[in-house]
Design a protein around this ligand. Sequence first.
Ligand SMILES: [Zn+2]
Ligand SMILES: [Zn+2]
Ligand SMILES: [Zn+2]
Length: 349
Amino acid sequence: MRLCTTRPLAPRTWTVELRPQPQGPLLVCPQCSSVPESLHGRSARSAALAHLARHARRSLLPPHLRTCQCHERGCRWHPRHRGCTGPLLLVLSRESGGRLWRLADACTACAGAMPDASVVPETTLIAAHRATAPALAPARSRSSRRAPTDWTDRTLVRDMLSFLASSLAPCSPQARLLALQCALRSTPPGWVRIPSGLIRAMALPQAVAAWQELEEMRWIRQSVHDSPVGSAQLTDPLIGAPGRKARARAADWALRAHQSHPVRAGAPAVRLVALALAAHGAPDRADSIAEIGQVARASGLSVGELLDAMESLSASGSIGYWSLDPVTEDLTWTMSSPLPAAPTSDPRR
Ligand SMILES: [Zn+2]
Ligand SMILES: [Zn+2]
Ligand SMILES: [Zn+2]
């Protein structure tokens, strides 16, 4: 039970509205007195997030004062679930067919249940975790020294899959795998260069087609015309994402998660599901649990396609036991083997 204490109201919820106008939509913010902004060709998501992120940055709060804003409003932002649980996340969601955009603190359970929502990665959360990790493990062994990093990489990949779930149009699993590497390896203004060694390491059956898919949906803009795959700019740069070093390490973690033997032999959809399971898994135990809708959304697949991929992973021995509870819709699984260790020399140059 929680004590009910009085404390200053800290509404960490911000919304903007897109008003259609003959000359193009205007972004109107009821929280500040700025004049309505024209989108100037930017995507609605990108413009809304840029504005809302400014409000979030100005309203930093220590973690213990942050609360699930969804819960405080009676959980009206999503269908019913089993109650608030999990770490607080900063969540961007789209409502009223894209006319309203909201950025708010929400618990992991509420964030996962909200339709059209994605987690905005927060550097501050990761920094806070790193600061507390040594106190939790004063006498760390060689193997446990990797744990906080693994937790950070895993969390970052999970958040990035959630970001892609709302920022990518429907696309093939291999385009999604490529988009993940682009997002994790981009510079803050959104430039990304994927070396040919990395493309080879990803072993996508049709890397050029996957790259074209991202271009055609205008998720990237190609910057070098003589190379079919390589350099581009994200049309929707990541705002509030952790620094490049942390993201590059998470990109390597993601690569190992979907390239490990025998996952590597599977179709791109199967590899993407292996990655989503690893990212939603519990780092310190073999068995993991997550809502099936959340894993399907992170993989960009229907529940049926996800279950087919689970069958393939189980048949190839990549996962051990797995089950789906038809009442709670909880997916439970055990990973057969830990992720292979990072290579000592980077082959992706
Ligand atoms: Zn504003
Ligand atoms: Zn809620
Ligand atoms: Zn909640």
